[in-house]
Write a protein that binds this ligand. Structure first.
Ligand SMILES: Cc1cc2nc3c(=O)[nH]c(=O)nc-3n(C[C@H](O)[C@H](O)[C@H](O)COP(=O)(O)OP(=O)(O)OC[C@H]3O[C@@H](n4cnc5c(N)ncnc54)[C@H](O)[C@@H]3O)c2cc1C
Length: 418
């Protein structure tokens, strides 16, 4: 089968790109291994709500019109929202079509799937940034009686054995899962590595409102100091809930969750934790305060100080005097380890030589090194908000413009040589 452009993945990023290609009259198809919103249907825990408010999910041709703009969508609501969007834009999705390889062809690309092959001139990779859970090597050394699961496998506490739980990772997923598991009556310890603390509400407004208004979410990939670093920072320690609570380490401590340092190793059944807990927390507080300073400066510059609460700072993260550096996992206190250590994309099916030695795609703001190949939906692709639902619109507009230019140049070259 032939088409001008193949989009792989029917998450919000692929759908946003489809909307932009339709607007530019580029015939295309979206190949999806499952159904629209597949990762929200199959890879998230039951109680999860988006941590971005309802209004902050603008897609091309869509902005929130409901009566709860400041609420946070549940998973069923998120799925329904993306399904409605796909229908509304008549997205040409081929569901249950898994791409097994993408390779170069004479005039473009050859895309193989379990439902037949496609030839096309350009390909948009919108397969998501979170296909695989990143689990550290130390996992291999855990005693066999400890059950492990990743944040992508976790659904609710009833899945877990009775007994203590070690949650590894203290970003959005780790802190939310730690809180929920603790509420189920289990003893929870959370291993805290690098994380970025953020309050849900600041000066009476949602932190995401501030980040959007002050332009923080629009920071560009080609204007910040260290883009490699920025693409690898963990997600903000935030949760979406009906009571708009901040789920930070102080809250977890108040509830009875124990903080330990980063899980550094496991030997002879003993988990070893780094002594850097205090430093990690101080650094995280510092980064939060830098964000709040930027927000305060913006509020003053834009004459908002009279309309919102005055600036203030939050209590520093509290850390116990001598957190344990060693825990014997064979003593029976812990039955489960939950890996909330992040995610990474899966490009095992990509046969175009564009991966660097760490397996990441080499690209300039989503324009991949192989002409006609584009990337969407990964952290800080073009903007700080690129991996958020709200970030797809601007990226899809920029990249679809580039794609149209590429097709035009290709067409001009072929007619000149004919
Ligand atoms: C736990 C969690 C919470 C998040 N919370 C928020 C939030 O509150 N707000 C927010 O804005 N963002 C949030 N995100 C980030 C982001 O919105 C999601 O990662 C989002 O799913 C990414 O969208 P996407 O379209 O790029 O990828 P996905 O939604 O993952 O879509 C990619 C699609 O590609 C398909 N696919 C993959 N490989 C193939 C293949 N070989 N062949 C065919 N199809 C394939 C998948 O089935 C999937 O449907 C969260 C992410 C996670 C993991």
């Amino acid at each position: 089968m032939r088409v001008t452009t193949v989009i792989i993945g029917a998450g919000h990023a692929g759908l946003a790109m489809s909307h932009c290609l339709t607007a530019r009259s580029i015939d295309h198809v979206i190949l999806e291994r499952g159904e629209v919103a597949h990762s929200w249907k199959t890879e998230r825990w039951d109680s999860l709500r988006l941590l971005t408010p309802n209004w902050l999910s603008r897609l091309p041709g869509y902005s929130y019109q409901g009566d709860d703009p400041d609420g946070f969508r549940t998973m069923p609501e998120t799925i329904a929202f993306l399904e409605r969007y796909a229908q509304g834009i008549s997205a040409p999705v081929r569901t249950h079509t898994r791409v097994s390889s993408v390779g170069k062809a004479d005039d473009g690309y050859q895309v193989a799937t379990d439902q037949g092959g496609w030839q096309c001139r350009s390909v948009v990779l919108a397969t998501g940034a979170c296909n695989l859970a990143s689990v550290p090597k130390v996992a291999d050394a855990l005693p066999p009686e400890i059950r492990t699961l990743t944040a992508a496998e976790y659904r609710n506490p009833s899945q877990l054995e009775h007994g203590g739980v070690l949650v590894v990772g203290a970003s959005a997923s780790g802190t939310q899962i730690a809180e929920e598991v603790h509420r189920s009556g289990r003893q929870v310890t959370i291993a805290v590595g690098e994380h970025i603390r953020a309050p849900r509400l600041y000066r009476g407004r949602d932190i995401k409102w501030w980040m959007d208004a002050a332009g923080v979410l629009d920071d560009r990939y080609d204007e910040i100091d260290d883009i490699d670093r920025a693409r690898n920072v963990p997600s903000l320690q935030l949760a979406g809930s009906t009571d708009r609570r901040t789920v930070d380490l102080n809250r977890l401590t108040d509830q009875g969750v124990r903080l330990v340092g980063r899980l550094a190793g496991v030997a002879d059944g003993k988990a070893q934790f780094s002594g850097s807990l205090l430093n990690q927390c101080a650094l995280s507080d510092l980064k939060m305060n830098r964000l709040l300073e930027r927000i305060d400066a913006w509020a003053t510059e834009h004459g908002l100080d009279g309309d919102v609460d005055p600036p203030h700072r939050f209590e520093p993260t509290r850390v116990e005097g001598s957190p344990p550096l060693l825990i014997d996992l064979r003593r029976g206190d812990f039955r489960t380890v939950v890996w909330a250590t992040g995610f990474r994309p899966d490009y095992s099916w990509l046969d175009v030589p564009v991966l660097d030695r760490k397996g990441r795609i080499r690209h300039d703001g989503g324009v991949v090194e192989s002409p006609g190949l584009y990337l969407m939906g990964i952290p800080f692709l073009r903007r700080r908000k690129s991996s958020l639902i709200d970030g797809a619109a601007a990226d899809a507009r920029d990249l679809s413009d580039h794609l149209v230019g590429y097709l035009d140049r290709q067409a001009a070259r072929s007619s000149a040589s004919a």
